[in-house]
Design a protein around this ligand. Structure first.
Ligand SMILES: Cc1cc2nc3c(=O)[nH]c(=O)nc-3n(C[C@H](O)[C@H](O)[C@H](O)COP(=O)(O)OP(=O)(O)OC[C@H]3O[C@@H](n4cnc5c(N)ncnc54)[C@H](O)[C@@H]3O)c2cc1C
Length: 248
């Protein structure tokens, strides 16, 4: 097999990419597969294959938002991103709106890679993962990367039963899906409440991502109430209710 030159970690690339496939993963999750000569080079950048790595997707109108690299295929020279089609009151976004109708052959720009903040610590045996549908691509990539001798507790907030996806891992997985539409609470509230109620016992490492207010509440719970060291807890705001293009 030909040797690959891995391009150093500090470097990022702005790829001119083409949509080579689109597919519905669930009613609200659309998979966009990007390819082209730049993407082939990009796949050799260090950090691209790290679980939860992400990049900024710029759609044809020029708007750009962060999206996780769900999966990459070096043989085909492609990468997948899974885009949530969020909508409704205070929730229409240009990028998710575009994703709903994106077509094979469209040109986009994808810049990255960036780090998700997830790095499995050597001493971790018991891991907590939690997030909403925007964090599911990262959580699924993390799950797929874990070794056997690992206990994982996972909470995922999605709209309804149709949004459930099969989870694959070698680790011992305890997953709980939370259905937000039925709960009728603000986004992320069910997730934060369920994790806080259930997660009093010690975890070696915690990785969370989702709506900003829920992440703030969970960060406080683990770092202040449970006094976990900050370097064992990552809680990332992937979006903020009522705010366009939120950046932490
Ligand atoms: C590191 C990182 C990785 C991410 N990975 C993914 C990913 O793999 N897949 C994915 O789908 N998203 C992912 N996101 C989240 C995504 O970038 C945001 O949801 C983004 O705001 C969508 O852009 P937009 O143009 O659709 O909406 P914006 O223009 O940013 O926002 C418009 C309105 O929509 C609301 N809104 C934004 N997101 C949501 C939502 N999820 N539910 C309800 N209302 C919302 C905002 O509050 C605002 O009122 C990631 C974010 C980060 C920071």
């Amino acid at each position: 097999m030909a040797e690959r030159n891995i391009i150093p970690k500090a470097l990022t690339m702005r790829c001119q990419a083409e949509i080579v496939a689109v597919a519905s993963v669930t009613p609200q999750m659309r998979r966009i597969t990007l390819g082209g000569p730049d993407i082939e080079v990009f796949l050799d950048y260090a950090g691209v294959a790290q679980p939860g790595a992400w990049g900024k997707l710029f759609i044809p109108s020029g708007e750009g938002r962060a999206y996780t690299i769900r999966r990459l295929d070096r043989q085909q020279g492609t990468l997948d991103i899974d885009m949530l089609l969020h909508g409704g009151e205070h929730a229409d976004g240009p990028v998710s709106g575009w994703a709903a109708t994106a077509q094979v052959g469209e040109a986009v720009v994808f810049g990255g890679p960036r780090n998700s903040g997830f790095e499995l610590r050597t001493e971790t045996r018991k891991l907590l993962l939690g997030g909403d549908a925007t964090a599911l691509p990262a959580m699924m990539a993390i799950l797929e990367s874990l070794p056997e001798q690992m206990e994982v507790w996972m909470w995922i907030e999605v709209a309804d039963r149709d949004e459930l996806q099969p989870l694959h891992t070698r680790a011992e997985l305890h997953a709980r899906w939370l259905l937000a539409d039925a709960a009728q609470l603000p986004p992320g509230a069910l997730l934060a409440q369920s994790i806080i109620e259930a997660a009093a016992e010690p975890f070696d490492q915690v990785w969370l991502a989702g709506e900003s207010a829920a992440m703030k509440r969970l960060r406080q719970h683990f770092q202040q109430t449970l006094a976990m060291d900050a370097d064992r807890v990552a809680a990332k705001a992937y979006w903020k209710y009522g705010e366009r293009d939120h950046r932490e």
